[in-house]
Design a protein around this ligand. Sequence first.
Ligand SMILES: Cc1cc2nc3c(=O)[nH]c(=O)nc-3n(C[C@H](O)[C@H](O)[C@H](O)COP(=O)(O)OP(=O)(O)OC[C@H]3O[C@@H](n4cnc5c(N)ncnc54)[C@H](O)[C@@H]3O)c2cc1C
Length: 443
Amino acid sequence: MEAFFASLAGLVGPEHVLTGDAAAGYAVDWTGRFRGSAAAVVRPRDTGEVAAVLALCSAAGVAVVPQGGNTGLVGGGVPLHGEVVLSLARLDDLAPVDREAVQVTAGAGVTLQRVADAAPDLDLGIQIASRESATVGGAVATNAGGVRVLRYGPMRAQLRGIEAVLSDGTVVSHLAGLTKDNTGYDYPSLLAGSEGTLAVITKARLRLVPRLRDNVTALMGLDDLPSLHALARKALVAVPGLVSAEFFTSAGLSVLQSHADLAPPLPASSPVYLLLDAAGPGALDDLAELIDDLPAAVGESAADRRRLWSYRERHPEAAGFLGVPLKLDVSVPAAHWVELASSVASVVADADPGARVITFGHVADGNVHVNIVPGAPADGRHEDAVFSFVASLGGSISAEHGIGALKAPWLHLARSEGERALFARIRGALDPPGTLNPHVLPR
Ligand SMILES: Cc1cc2nc3c(=O)[nH]c(=O)nc-3n(C[C@H](O)[C@H](O)[C@H](O)COP(=O)(O)OP(=O)(O)OC[C@H]3O[C@@H](n4cnc5c(N)ncnc54)[C@H](O)[C@@H]3O)c2cc1C
């Protein structure tokens, strides 16, 4: 290995090949559930260095895990089997905004927040709570979703072009940003959601959206999930400026109140909460009509809106205050959302009566985040219970985080044998030696 490390150092500079303690932080995920150890962490500066590193690793038969901001929640970006970590953090060049195309080209290591801040009157359609750390490369690789999917779609829908490197070092680039361009296979779209298994993304061309004005945020307390879901569905039709429809419950809120110092959002507590965010002329009136006489808080100023959003955006942290969480993100058709959101905690309890469960998520997308702090050993029983339940409702075992290492054993619940065989053929064609993320998604 010493000769191999020396070759890596020759490609990127010795200060950008980390081993031992210097590499340890790259080997554990945000939740603390996935811990591995890296043979080495390599930090290239540009596409050429990425290509050279990948060619070297493939020739040496060394597996590589691409890593961006390391905020992924399914164990896909950490070296669980002693792989080399390829950190894209130093690919952080952000080109000037192309105002004619209303697009920007960003290096894989640029954070989502930097893209959102690139121009005062423009914004990135994607907003996720991890945006200060999550990178463009990671968000494309996971096809990240977040709180504005109902308005702008997921990361794939923001993608107008890509530059990527195959495992043999071949660079493929399609960054002109044409809106209409039917010249063969749409491989940028294929790489969105590929979780680092097909190629390493080095740049992305992203569409920007007009920065919203006259934003209003409303947080309502409701008695039960059926009423909450009905109100969110009504908002989809009755509020033309709707941007987000999010939910959480008193279970997560009480944890945040006691551990994160959040004051109660409303004078009286409710079992479940719906957060609606809308923008543009008429948004305030439309939301007021919907709220009617429900207990609610409405924010129009940036400070008030930030305060109301903090109750929802801090929910990913809540289970972590109770222990090391298992984070499952599932979705079902709208007709089954109430059944999923109402019953999933008891489904987990049947498998592990001592488990703590916190649910929250993107109600308009049919997406529930099920955060579990196990009481019994985390030996797959929790995933088995939740994913089987979701499959019985015609849903997906990953709404937005991807399959990673966490869900690989359950992919068969969501994809047929024929589909999985097709995945394997695509993978074999793009990465014949199996260098890239070999333990993410079953091969
Ligand atoms: C507090 C919090 C809130 C979150 N909220 C949301 C949410 O609302 N919606 C949502 O979708 N996700 C959410 N996430 C999950 C996470 O932030 C996203 O998946 C994000 O897109 C990951 O970006 P990253 O740069 O951190 O990627 P990493 O964690 O570094 O990597 C994620 C995956 O992408 C691969 N990868 C990374 N960079 C590249 C690259 N350049 N080329 C090829 N493959 C690559 C990795 O191998 C890995 O499989 C949240 C996470 C946290 C911690």
